[in-house]
Design a protein around this ligand. Structure first.
Ligand code: AMP
Length: 482
């Protein structure tokens, strides 16, 4: 069933903005969520990025804010009335850009604040007064601390990509931010999954929410041709090169499980003459935006990314997706390959499976409810293959398995403890150029140390708890949300 925006009686400036965007029909999440948000009820929405959920919450919020639109130029007359929280800079930037487009024919002001760049221009915008503030939690707390952002008049708060915010470890920051908001408000929570943690968060902060849900994320589009190739770790890079060439792939996302692996792979693909760039959590904001722009402009063919960095990037219809590493969380597989084969277009998803990935593949089979057949790569040259599980890598010497190592890397990616070279949380931050990623890659000794160095006895339990938590998440996907 399709629903037209004209049935909504949107205010004229918003209807005009929607028309400018060329939208005709509402997407399913919009058709479900917009009428509810317009009533002022709390909403708990299960929707992935790419479903149109930004408009689903922005349009009704703007409509409600328009009731008390202020044409005055005085900052005091433009207090923050709607706050949208997101886990990453890219997502915050994208959502803020969309909000600006939807609000462009109104007098409502909006801005975005996120870390990794100078606070001063953000401060100036905040001081000018904005009704809609889009933010990542850490930087927002910096601005609250510096008294640049005052949140005591917030009427609406949106927790977007809430599952990812919890994964990254933002719960304490969220709790603090929410404690600054008036109790009388509308709270909207969007999450790809309703895990027990998300339900707990909703129980604490949402009042009698209406649950809207568009698609279960355990299904992959039938338009995506999926291949799983059995290949040794040493041959994976060559496999990517060969498949790109054989299939004439113009552009692809290449997903890896760790930041370090991401940087290393992009560099080596570049050395092989491919136009590749890395996108991961340790890249500076400028670098990330540049990579994104270059990929969108077609100047870069392979965007090598970690899940956290790529989640929600507004890049649609990529011809192919490579899983250079089998994702540690089975549900990330669905997110990753959802990048291709969108809107009826055909897409290709290639997953490179090494010997140590058996457990992750079994998790995937459970999630997808089908058996995964591994294919062999037919190499088009006869150069010697890499060794399969040669046992010579340092982490194998220590007796860890490949997926345990992935678990550690994945955990490091998700754990948002500030790095030693990050500025202290409440100090006005100047964008720190990460000295490690600014240099050609030379693995320093500590990068190949396990996360628990110095506490070796604790290692197995940490790893198994990571695996348990991933399993819990997969299990939660099959539960019907309350
Ligand atoms: P989102 O899930 O909010 O990130 O939106 C994904 C993309 O869909 C964005 O590029 C939007 O501009 C686009 N979009 C949102 N709503 C609609 C709609 N009703 N019709 C067509 N495109 C839309």
């Amino acid at each position: 069933m399709t629903a037209s925006f004209s049935n909504l009686s949107l205010a004229e400036p918003l209807a005009r903005a929607v028309a400018d965007m060329g939208y005709e029909q509402m997407t399913p999440i919009q058709a479900q969520a917009i009428p509810v948000v317009l009533t002022g009820r709390d909403v708990m929405g299960a929707a992935q990025t790419g479903t149109g959920k930004t408009a689903a919450f922005s349009l009704p919020l703007l409509q409600r804010l328009l009731k008390h639109e202020n044409t005055s130029t005085s900052p005091a007359r433009h207090p923050v009335r709607a706050l949208v929280l997101l886990p990453t800079r890219e997502l915050a930037d994208q959502v803020a850009q969309q909000v600006k487009l939807y609000a462009k024919h109104t007098n409502l002001r909006s801005t975005v604040v996120f870390g990794g760049i100078d606070m001063k221009p953000q401060t100036a915008e905040l001081k000018r007064g904005v009704e809609i503030l889009v933010a990542t939690p850490g930087r927002l707390l910096d601005h609250i601390e510096a008294k640049n952002a005052v949140l005591n008049q917030v009427e609406y708060v949106v927790l977007d990509e809430a599952d990812r915010m919890l994964d990254i470890g933002f719960l304490p920051d969220l709790q603090r931010i929410l404690s600054y908001l008036p109790k009388q408000r509308t709270t909207l929570l969007f999450s790809a999954t309703f895990s027990p943690e998300i339900k707990r968060l909703a129980n604490s902060y949402l009042k009698d929410p209406v649950v809207v849900e568009v698609s279960r994320p355990n299904a992959t589009a039938s338009t995506v041709e999926q291949h799983f190739y059995s290949v040794s770790d040493d041959d994976k890079r060559r496999a990517v090169k060969q498949i790109v060439r054989q299939r004439g792939i113009s552009q692809a996302f290449v997903f890896v499980n760790s930041k370090l692996g991401c940087a290393r792979l992009a560099r080596s693909l570049e050395r092989d003459g491919l136009k590749a760039t890395a996108m991961h959590g340790d890249k500076s904001q400028d670098e990330r935006l540049k990579s994104l722009a270059a990929f969108k402009a077609g100047e870069v063919d392979l965007l090598v990314a970690t899940d956290v960095a790529a989640r929600g990037l507004d890049i649609k219809d990529v011809p192919a997706v490579f899983n250079f590493d089998v994702p540690f969380n089975a549900e990330d597989y669905v997110h990753r390959i959802g990048r291709t084969g969108r809107a009826g277009a055909s897409g290709l998803a290639v997953t490179l499976v090494s010997n140590s990935d058996a457990r992750l593949v079994a998790d995937l089979e459970k999630l997808l409810k089908k058996k995964i057949d591994l294919e062999a790569i037919e190499w088009d040259d006869e150069r010697p293959r890499g060794r399969i599980n040669d046992g010579r890598r340092t982490w194998r010497d220590r007796g860890e398995t490949g997926d345990e190592r992935d678990a550690m890397d994945s955990q490091r990616e998700r754990t948002r403890a500030p790095r030693r070279d990050e500025p202290p949380r409440y100090a006005p931050a100047q964008a720190p150029a990460d000295p490690f990623f600014a240099q050609p890659y030379e693995p320093p000794a500590e990068d190949v140390q396990p996360a628990w160095e110095g506490d070796k006895k604790a290692a197995p339990s940490k790893v198994s708890s990571n695996i348990k938590s991933a399993k819990r998440k997969v299990a939660a996907l099959f539960k019907t949300p309350q």
